[in-house]
Design a protein around this ligand. Structure first.
Ligand SMILES: *Cc1c(COP(=O)(O)O)cnc(C)c1O
Length: 404
């Protein structure tokens, strides 16, 4: 038997043992959506999360949402009203962000390999381009000149440090992201001299950290680096995006991040200048508010093991299968959504309907006895679910999504 990850707080069962999300049981939710598999996102849970973050962080700091974590339209609409900016990573996400009602002046566009039409779209809209290289800076400046517009440009910095213990390292050493810290000062001078609207610095050092101490240290290094670049370039960055990296507990033994401790330390770092800083988060804001519901279509035994075969799988929820940036496969929090809270009866594996051994949603876990027709819930499905999974693989239908 292997453990499952911790079920996030806020999910309870009704009298029939069904998981309740935003006051409605899973049968009702599936009925309304029309089918399984289904992603359900709880808007109130997202709003509560952002309220907690605002209370924890220094007053006046800018909270940005990295929309790649969950770009579902109804989620973005909620987000557009509760955060101070969106971070996008493609021309498609730029259009999506504006469609959700976020003002272009509050959108920043990072990401390597921006195409000419993407740079032009950002310049036309008035979004900030986080430049990933000196060459990209020159391409953006010439595109703006051709359009007769002043581009809003920031520099993404590849710092010499990274976020310790982070699930995905995005800074430090040779990286395709950002401009090496030692080359940023001349680039800032060049942008200012070329007449660009210099918007500041973007320094993102890593993702999915549950170590408040490591995040505090990285933020302190980041603030110090931004101040050094300001001093050496002779231009104060109007906005310093400190990145994020706030993780969520996916696996057994993971402990939630102490965001209050991070906020207190950051307040001491930034003092009265909080409004000059931003933090950008994806998963911390939305992951726990999403549940993936998939129905059991077969139950079978093979060489003494029981498999619950569902109508979902890694084509919707790649991360839960262990194939999205994890080295060792571990179980996400998984439960029988139609027998929630019942004691475990048997050790089973939950698999998807894809014809590949990679398609495993839970491996050797203790669950209440479940049969064909029961629904499995995979928690932590609010981030990097539907749009981070290979939906076209094997030709199954996309999952339904709803925000309630
Ligand atoms: C993906 C990404 C994020 C969001 O990461 P999370 O781990 O979901 O918080 C933030 N900033 C940048 C630049 C990213 O690429």
């Amino acid at each position: 038997m292997k453990p499952t990850g911790p079920i996030p707080p806020g999910y309870d069962a009704d009298a029939q043992g069904r998981v309740v999300i935003a006051g409605r049981n899973v049968d009702a939710l599936i009925g309304e959506a029309g089918d399984t598999p289904l992603f359900v996102y709880d808007r109130a849970m997202i709003a509560a999360r952002i309220a907690r973050l605002r209370a924890a962080m220094p007053a006046g700091i800018n909270l940005h949402y990295a929309i790649k974590a969950n770009p579902f339209a109804d989620v973005l609409e909620t987000m557009a009203q509760s955060v101070d900016g969106f971070d996008v990573a493609s021309g498609g996400e730029l259009a999506t962000a504006m469609g959700a009602g976020m003002a272009a002046a509050r959108i920043s566009f990072a990401g390597p390999g921006k195409r000419a039409r993407e740079l032009e779209a950002a310049i036309r809209a008035g979004a900030t381009i986080n430049l990933e290289s000196e060459r990209e800076a020159d391409r953006a400046l010439s595109a703006a000149e051709a359009l007769g517009l002043t581009p809003r440009l920031a520099v993404r910095v590849n710092p010499d440090f990274d976020l310790k213990g982070s699930g995905m390292r995005m800074g430090g050493g040779a990286k395709p992201f950002g401009v090496d810290a030692a080359r940023v000062v001349p680039l800032v001078r060049h942008l200012v001299a070329a007449g660009a609207d210099y918007r500041g610095l973007h320094i993102f050092a890593g993702s999915q950290s549950l170590d408040a101490g490591a995040i505090i240290e990285t933020q302190a290094n980041t603030v110090a680096l931004a101040r050094l670049i300001d001093a050496e370039s002779g231009t104060a960055a109007p906005l310093v995006n400190l990145g994020g990296g706030f993780g969520v507990p996916y696996f057994a033994g993971d402990v939630p991040l102490d965001v209050e401790a991070i906020g207190a330390a950051l307040a001491a770092q930034v003092g009265a200048e909080a409004s000059r800083y931003a933090i950008e988060l994806g998963r911390w804001m939305v992951a726990e508010a999403g549940v993936y519901l998939t129905r059991i279509v077969d139950r079978k035994d093979s060489h003494g093991k029981t498999f619950l075969v569902t109508d979902g799988g890694l084509h919707h929820q790649l991360a839960a299968s262990g194939n999205f940036g994890t080295v060792v496969r571990r179980n996400y929090p998984v439960a029988v959504a139609t027998r929630f809270g019942a004691p475990g009866d048997e050790v089973v594996s939950v698999v998807g309907c894809l014809c590949t051994p990679l398609d495993r949603l839970a491996d050797d876990v203790l669950l209440p006895a479940a049969d064909v027709g029961d629904v499995i819930a995979v928690f932590l499905a609010g981030a990097y679910g539907a749009t981070a999974s290979p939906a076209a693989f094997l030709g199954h239908a996309p999952a339904c999504e709803m925000a309630v």
